[in-house]
Design a protein around this ligand. Sequence first.
Ligand SMILES: NC(=O)C1=CN([C@@H]2O[C@H](COP(=O)(O)OP(=O)(O)OC[C@H]3O[C@@H](n4cnc5c(N)ncnc54)[C@H](OP(=O)(O)O)[C@@H]3O)[C@@H](O)[C@H]2O)C=CC1
Ligand SMILES: C[C@H](O)[C@@H]1OC(=O)[C@H](O)[C@@H]1O
Length: 253
Amino acid sequence: MLLEGKTVLVTGASAGIGRAVAIGCARHGANVALNFSRDVDGANAAVAEIEALGRKGIAVQGDVSDPATATAFIAKAVEALGRVDVFVNNAGICPFHAFLDMPVDTFERTMKVNLHGAYFMVQAAANQMVKQGDGGSIIAMSSISALVGGEYQTHYTPTKAGLHSLMQSVAIALGKHNIRCNSLFPGTILTDINKDDLADQAKRTYMEGRIPLGRLGQPEDLVGPTVFLASDLAQYVTGASLLVDGGAYVNLQ
Ligand SMILES: NC(=O)C1=CN([C@@H]2O[C@H](COP(=O)(O)OP(=O)(O)OC[C@H]3O[C@@H](n4cnc5c(N)ncnc54)[C@H](OP(=O)(O)O)[C@@H]3O)[C@@H](O)[C@H]2O)C=CC1
Ligand SMILES: C[C@H](O)[C@@H]1OC(=O)[C@H](O)[C@@H]1O
């Protein structure tokens, strides 16, 4: 198993991509600590699935927009599971809204959760990995939106480009510690984050039509790419990004 004996931490893992990735890493042999902010039932259900696979799992509640959540999450994960080998920065929000009347609160909240939260989480995880002294893997759930825009995502796409940029810079800062830092760029994956947006059947049909593989993504589609970057198979991969979008990005015509 690719992640046998490794401890994986995932933020925003009570639902959607984070939950699938947390359970998927357990299926590949890892013990898993997950962070979430509100959905206690979802987090507990994810832990139950991890334990049913014969792995250890814990859920730690905390809003990533508060920098104190980062140090608390890492400390509790180390207390329960002993160490941090892999850190997946996944928590994120995308409250769709037009540009010209974007509420200040919506802009600031999106920045704080998606980018500021990531910065402090990645910093806390990296400090623990440096202390352990034997490397690690940090993976950011960026997006195809790091590369292309969205009319109702003017506050969101800069956070995804920022996350990718953060991974590039920390790949340099942490290379000497053998800590690899990479980004995943999911396309449109069916989760709660876009349930309302894709309830518009015309938009959904348009989005599906853009995808050469012929379907929108499922959270499980992110498991394989995450496990690869987390594993020793990717031992010489750092500062990289991987589109997981069914080919949507390259489909101009
Ligand atoms: N779905 C998609 O098409 C794409 C998603 N992404 C990115 O993937 C990541 C996961 O998205 P997805 O699974 O779709 O979204 P979901 O809304 O399904 O899940 C979001 C998860 O993040 C958690 N979360 C939200 N806010 C916070 C917070 N402040 N602190 C801690 N946890 C929080 C939620 O937990 P709780 O409810 O408990 O707060 C939930 O577990 C995001 O970063 C998103 O930008 C990237 C590209 C495409
Ligand atoms: C939430 C959106 O459906 C989703 O988020 C992203 O990052 C993708 O670009 C999609 O727009």
